[in-house]
Ligand binder design. Structure first.
Ligand SMILES: NC(=O)c1ccc[n+]([C@@H]2O[C@H](COP(=O)([O-])OP(=O)(O)OC[C@H]3O[C@@H](n4cnc5c(N)ncnc54)[C@H](O)[C@@H]3O)[C@@H](O)[C@H]2O)c1
Length: 310
């Protein structure tokens, strides 16, 4: 199925997903309803391939071949024709996704797998109108999709085991480390873990314990530094479960139980201060910083992946 892949939506996530399949040798159709988005998705992909060449992950020939395997199109039907695997990455709006799935079902063949990169919508809602729900699956990539290894996989409960295995295999083939969730839950696993950390981070700032800058330093130089190699479960084992029992018994009652986003975020959003994309958010960002910072992040991620695989 992996030989013809259709990626629908060429925004932040779609171009990276298309790039992965193209690097692994698949013919990829990248579709976006907006011509401008398609063009900017392709140029982001070209920049990413150039970075991989600079970092000696790809030869210039392999990068050119990957780019040549991606056929951009604003025609959905053209993108879907003959596709064995479809991954949708359009905005997180259930109505739009349902409408898209209706159209996908009308065009793709019986054997095709239909994947969604949704961040929050459960598979049961995504498949609510599907004639063949058993071929639908959430494949939740992380931004930047072409560089972060994890993909969380939530198959429709009726997806046959062999089809689930095909999906996992396809993801492994493009170099990802898929984790299949055992049941449906809002936010999957990774975003729940991130949300727990972020909630506590803002709680500590509100309590005057640390500045915003300190929070980032504590994470990137402390737990985050270690977590890339030793996960929190193994860290508990290495640290000693007797210690961790005391730590959790003592700390659990102290932790934030906030049920909504913190005031520090709400107030800025209300003022239109959305972060790097508006030049100001929790920190101030110079005009060129977003692109520079993304490039620096991507370079670090490429090098981290190399280090981890060594
Ligand atoms: N951005 C992230 O960090 C991230 C991470 C994981 C998952 N996701 C999920 O991935 C999906 C896409 O997110 P994104 O950040 O790439 O969004 P985005 O807004 O950057 O890109 C979406 C693209 O879809 C196109 N589009 C909209 N409707 C369309 C349609 N009907 N047919 C074809 N193209 C259409 C838009 O023109 C746009 O280019 C969402 O479900 C999101 O929740 C995002």
């Amino acid at each position: 199925m992996e030989n013809a892949v259709a990626v629908i939506g060429a925004g932040v996530m779609g171009h990276g997903i298309a790039q992965l399949f193209a690097q692994a040798g698949s013919a990829v159709r990248l579709h976006d309803a907006a011509e401008r988005q398609l063009a900017s998705g392709l140029s982001a992909m070209e920049e990413s391939l150039a970075l991989l060449v600079e970092e000696a992950v790809l030869t210039p020939q392999a990068a050119a071949a990957a780019r040549a395997r991606v056929r951009p199109t604003t025609s959905l039907d053209e993108a879907l024709a003959g596709a064995g695997f479809v991954v949708e990455a359009i905005p997180e709006l259930l109505a739009s996704k349902l409408e898209l799935f209706d159209r996908i079902e009308q065009v793709v063949g019986e054997d095709a797998i239909v994947g969604s990169n949704t961040s929050t919508i459960p598979i049961s809602l995504l498949a609510q109108r599907a004639r063949r729900p058993e071929r639908m699956v959430i494949v939740h990539f992380f931004n930047p999709a072409q560089l972060v290894p994890l993909v969380e996989v939530v198959p429709h409960p009726r997806m046959p085991p062999a089809a689930v295995e095909r999906v996992l295999e396809a993801l492994r083939r493009i170099g990802k480390r898929p984790v299949r969730l055992r049941k449906e839950v809002p936010g999957f696993v990774a975003n729940r873990l991130q949300a727990a950390v972020v909630r506590e981070a803002f709680h500590l700032v509100e309590q005057g314990v640390a500045s915003l800058e300190d929070i980032d330093t504590v994470m990137t130089e402390g737990p985050g530094f270690r977590w890339s190699f030793v996960g929190p479960v193994e860290a508990a084992d290495l640290g000693g479960l007797d210690t961790w029992q005391r730590v959790l018994d003592n700390l659990a009652p102290e932790l934030s139980r906030a049920e909504r986003a913190p005031a520090a975020i709400r107030e800025r959003v209300a003022r239109g201060e959305l972060g790097a994309k508006t030049g100001r958010g929790l920190f101030d960002h110079a005009a060129s910083t977003l692109a520079e910072r993304s490039r620096a992040r991507d370079r670090f991620l490429v090098r981290l992946e190399k280090l981890k695989r060594r």
